[in-house]
Design a protein around this ligand. Structure first.
Ligand SMILES: C[S@@+](CC[C@H](N)C(=O)[O-])C[C@H]1O[C@@H](n2cnc3c(N)ncnc32)[C@H](O)[C@@H]1O
Length: 238
């Protein structure tokens, strides 16, 4: 991908999320049949006994992962970062209602995180890897801002190259039904056609794991949800 194509992707992605921001939470719940809260909770539960005090949620969108992180008792600071203002605005509105002073939301680029090396105990990124111009740079940046032994959590829809019969049914739902739901609920067929397309062309969980290892992340576990459509990768910095 050349420079022009890279900028085009960022432009396309930020326009798309600006457009669908107000419908994003509703669509997330419809598409995942409400399960995305459970997947986030599973990841957060793994952090509860670590006594972490700081975390960064990269491409936080409307802030669901940030809010989950802020519920960990030991957590003192949670920063949510995104490059789309309307998504951040919704996160900020939700944080006013949630009555917590642990959370801060900032405008910024996942590929150039505005934080010093070795700053956070934990970094998350939910359903965002496919949207970055470079997954590799995003992982490198997340690894950089993590403290040694800190935890990285990547939750995303990733391709399943060898689906069984049930998983093929899930893929049919994903490829055929989701664009229809997007058209009905968000009035945006393009955004919800982009979603399945972006998954098909992306790296699978083993390829992401190898990429994480090459950026200094070890002890990586992979857990699958939603009939294999969703992958959760958790690892720690060397
Ligand atoms: C599908 S949403 C995920 C939102 C949230 N993390 C969640 O779990 O629901 C993808 C988000 O990635 C953000 N994003 C994509 N590329 C980005 C980048 N380079 N820097 C910051 N945010 C980015 C988009 O603005 C959007 O809010």
């Amino acid at each position: 991908m050349n420079e022009f194509e890279k900028n085009q992707k960022a432009h396309f992605v930020s326009n798309m999320f600006s457009r669908i921001a107000r419908k994003y939470d509703l669509l997330n719940t419809v598409i995942s049949l409400g399960m995305h809260h459970q997947w986030r909770k599973y990841a957060i539960r793994k952090m509860e006994k670590k006594n972490y005090i700081s975390s960064l949620d990269v491409a936080c969108g409307t802030g669901d992962f940030s809010f989950s992180l802020s519920k960990i008792n030991s957590m003192e600071t949670v920063v949510g970062l995104d490059f789309v203002k309307p998504m951040l605005q919704i996160a900020k509105n939700k944080s006013t209602q949630s009555n917590t002073d642990k959370l801060t939301f900032v405008l910024g680029d996942a590929l150039e995180l505005p934080f010093k090396t070795n700053t956070f105990d934990c970094v998350t990124t939910g359903f965002a890897m496919r949207n970055y111009e470079s997954a590799e740079i995003a992982i490198q940046e997340m690894s950089r801002i993590l403290k040694p032994s800190g935890t990285i959590i990547i939750l995303d829809m990733l391709p399943n190259r060898a689906p069984n019969i049930l998983q093929r049914l899930a893929l049919w739902y994903f490829n055929k039904v989701i664009p229809i739901l997007g058209t009905i609920f968000a009035r945006d067929k393009e955004a919800y056609t982009y979603l399945p397309n972006s998954v098909t062309k992306f790296y699978d969980s083993n390829e992401i794991k190898i990429m994480m290892e090459s950026k200094g992340i070890k002890d990586i576990t992979i857990k699958k949800f939603g009939l294999g459509l969703v992958s959760l990768l958790i690892g720690s910095k060397n």
